[in-house]
Write a protein of this length. Structure first.
Lengths: 112, 111
């Protein structure tokens, strides 16, 4: 099956700093999503981005499908950005529709 | 509205108990999912329902029994669980081949 690797595993930032999180995947994908999991466990959708670039406020994401990676950019980080960021991918072949494969996540801590 | 609701938020049960987790969405999504998440690990898919039919079962033990009574509701029936089944159980829904939206989860403790 598809392998998903995220880096770095842990990241500590000072408030106001910028950061880039990376997601590499081992096969072609039809779906790629970035999530933020808050300390209470809620998984919040950030982006649905199987290819291209999207921006939402201080967050943006780019997926280069041909090179099998995606990047999540966080600018001017805030303490509320702390939590775990997951990349998840899906390949619709072989009856796998709906089967999201998650990376191990990047744990971000933003210090005031 | 992109809300998926789950009840209860917390559940403590003994190994001989029978309990159920409930998930509801009113977004008209035709696919619904159960995931299990252990501490400091990513979510792992358990079941997928598509148009109210079970389409994926990731070799989950039979002590977990899913049910989809209608297109808005998804249940997970629990029976004779083990302490290692303690985890956060997440429900999600989507249109087919589209963004998955997650509920807040049920934190389950098996004593």
């Amino acid at each position: 099956g598809i392998q998903v690797e995220q880096s770095p595993p842990d990241l500590i930032l000072q408030e106001g700093a910028n950061s880039t999180l990376r997601c590499n995947f081992s096969d072609s994908v039809n779906n790629l999503q970035w999530f933020h999991q808050n300390p209470w466990g809620q998984l919040i959708n950030l982006f649905y981005i199987p290819s291209g670039t999207k921006q939402n406020g201080r967050l943006s994401a780019t997926t280069v499908a041909t090179e099998r990676y995606s990047l999540l950019y966080i600018s001017s980080s805030q303490t509320t950005d702390s939590g775990v960021y997951f990349c998840a991918v899906e390949n619709w072949g072989s009856g796998n529709t709906g089967k999201l494969i998650f990376g191990q996540g990047t744990t971000l801590q933003v210090k005031p | 509205d992109t809300e998926v609701t789950q009840t209860p938020k917390h559940l403590v049960m003994g190994m001989t108990n029978k309990k159920s987790l409930k998930c509801e969405q009113h977004m008209g999504h035709r696919a619904m999912y159960w995931y299990k998440q252990k501490a400091k690990k990513p979510p792992e898919l358990m079941f997928v329902y598509s148009y109210e039919k079970l389409s994926i079962n990731e070799s989950v033990p039979s002590r977990f029994s899913p049910e989809c009574p209608n297109s808005s509701l998804l249940n997970l029936h629990l029976h004779a669980l083990q302490p290692e089944d303690s985890a956060l159980y997440l429900c999600a829904s989507s249109q087919e081949q589209d963004t998955q939206y997650f509920g807040p989860g049920t934190r389950l403790t098996v004593l």
